[in-house]
Ligand binder design. Sequence first.
Ligand code: TMP
Length: 213
Amino acid sequence: MKGVFITLEGIEGSGKTTQVQFLKSRLENLKYRVLATREPGGSRIAEIIRKILLDDNNREISPMTELLLYEAARAQHVDEVIRPALESGAVVISDRFVDSTTAYQGAGRSIDIETVQVLHRIATRDVWPDMTIVLDVPVKEGLTRIGKCGKPDRIEQEPESFHEKVRKSFIELSQKEPNRVKIVDGCKSPPVIAEDIFNLIKPLLSPANLSGE
Ligand code: TMP
């Protein structure tokens, strides 16, 4: 595929969402064609599934249902939004993707990794990130940051020990797949983090990704 697929990952309050916007603006200023999206969500149906997943009233969702819903949202998002954008040569930046499922449902909910990986393959059908940036912050720091932003959702309300497992899983992913998964220190100032991210993704860009305006 002509496009470039970049995903940003991290625990709650790691600052990914801000960095997705920074990266999108920077690339657009350089005349790249950019699609910024998010998971769960990014398409009408996937956003409906997102509401079910994050609704605080849905506490009885079982770990397997949760896993299947994240992957169902992903299947729709990939088919409807991500794959067509990559085929057309865009730079796609997703705020979370498969590694969040590995970290939250695999490590956090203790679902075996083979099951998680089989579902990744079914949902993505070979659409896989070219590079994944993990913004790493200590759990206490991340949870303090989100505490300042209103009512936490169903997953954010999990205990600190859950978020520690998620953080550890992201770090392990970067050790298992060092070429794809890069750790960036999320405690630096946002402009410095933006520079670190840009320097990592720069080698992936090509003239095929320019908007042609
Ligand atoms: P957000 O807060 O980054 O918008 O993500 C929504 C929540 O969903 C966040 O708590 C992480 C969680 N999540 C999973 O548990 N598994 C997944 O596969 C994804 C994409 C997100």
